[in-house]
Design a protein around this ligand. Structure first.
Ligand SMILES: [Fe+2]
Length: 258
C-alpha cells in the first residue's frame, strides 16, 4: 500500500523541476502534504522529543545540545526531504534558498515563521547613514538589499500548528525565512527542490551553486521596507541528526528521475 509520505514524495518528483501544469501539480502536492502527520514520518519515535533530552538539558552539558535536530527522509538530485525539530526556545536563523522552492508543513508544536522577499535594490536606495564604501560594495555583490518584512500581508510572521496548511516559499517570493519554536519544541516536514548544491564537483550534472546564506536585519528603509545584510553562519546554530524511523518507504529508487 502506498503510504501518505510516499504519495508526497511521488508528487514532489512529478512536480519538480518546474514544467507544464506546474501550478496544478504544486496545488496537488500541497494538498497531499497537508495530510501528513507526525506519525507518518516516525516523529513519535524521535529520541530528541523524549524525556531523555529533557533530563540532559537540566545538566551542565546543555550548551552542547544542538538547538535543532534533522531527520533526513530522502535526498536525490530533484528533491531534498527531511524533518526539522526545533527545540524549546530555539530557532533556525534567517536564511535563504537560492533559486529553490520549499514547502513547510508543521507536524508538532507551534512554529513562528517570518518570510521575507528580496526587492530589487540599487545604489540609489542607500540612505546617507549607509554611504560608506563597504555598503556600496555589499549592494553590488547582492549581500545587502531591501526586503518586504511586514507590509505585505502574505509575509507577516505566522504561527503554524499541525492543523495549519503548508507554507510555500518560491524562488522570487518568501524565499528568506526564520523559523522559531513557540511554547515548547516543534517539528516540521521540509521539502526543497532543487536541493542545496554546495561546491558541486566538476562532473556533476548540476553546476548551479546553491548555498545557504544567513542574514540579519540592520535597519528600517522607506515605505515599510527593511535592510537585510548577509552575515556569516551564526556560531550558535547547528543541527544534530537522527535516523528516519517512519514507515518503510516503498521503492525509494523510483523517486529518482532518469
Ligand atoms: Fe529554510
Amino acid at each position: 500500500m502506498c503510504h501518505a509520505l510516499d504519495k508526497v514524495l511521488q508528487l514532489a518528483m512529478a512536480t519538480f523541476p518546474k514544467s507544464g501544469n506546474f501550478a496544478a501539480k504544486l496545488e496537488r502536492l500541497l494538498e497531499q502534504t497537508n495530510q501528513i502527520k507526525g506519525s507518518d514520518v516516525g516523529l513519535d519515535k524521535s529520541r530528541s522529543l523524549t524525556s531523555e533530552r529533557k533530563s540532559i538539558r537540566a545538566e551542565e552539558y546543555q550548551d552542547c545540545l544542538a538547538p535543532v535536530s534533522y531527520i533526513q527522509v530522502t535526498e536525490n538530485p530533484v528533491i531534498s526531504v527531511g524533518v526539522f525539530i526545533i527545540h524549546e526556545g530555539e530557532k533556525i536563523p534567517m536564511h535563504d534558498h537560492p533559486n529553490m522552492h520549499g514547502i513547510i508543513k508543521c507536524l508538532q508544536g507551534h512554529l513562528r515563521i517570518s518570510s521575507l522577499t528580496r526587492r530589487e535594490t540599487s545604489l540609489g536606495d542607500l540612505p546617507e547613514r549607509f554611504s560608506a564604501e563597504v555598503f556600496k560594495t555589499k549592494i553590488q555583490t547582492g549581500q545587502l538589499f531591501l526586503i518586504i518584512f511586514d507590509c505585505a500581508e502574505a509575509h507577516l510572521p505566522v504561527i503554524l500548528n499541525s492543523d495549519s496548511p503548508p507554507c510555500l516559499l518560491q524562488p522570487d517570493s518568501g524565499n528568506i525565512h526564520q523559523i522559531e519554536s513557540v511554547n515548547g519544541s516543534a517539528a516540521f516536514l521540509d521539502i526543497l527542490s532543487p536541493p542545496y548544491n554546495i561546491d558541486p564537483s566538476p562532473d556533476y550534472h548540476d553546476q548551479e551553486e546553491r548555498d545557504c546564506n544567513y542574514y540579519r536585519v540592520i535597519g528600517e528603509g522607506k515605505d515599510g521596507f527593511r535592510w537585510l545584510l548577509q552575515i556569516p553562519p551564526p556560531a550558535n546554530f547547528f543541527c544534530d541528526t537522527e535516523p528516519y524511523k517512519g514507515p518503510e518507504l516503498t521503492n525509494p529508487e523510483d523517486y529518482q528521475k532518469p
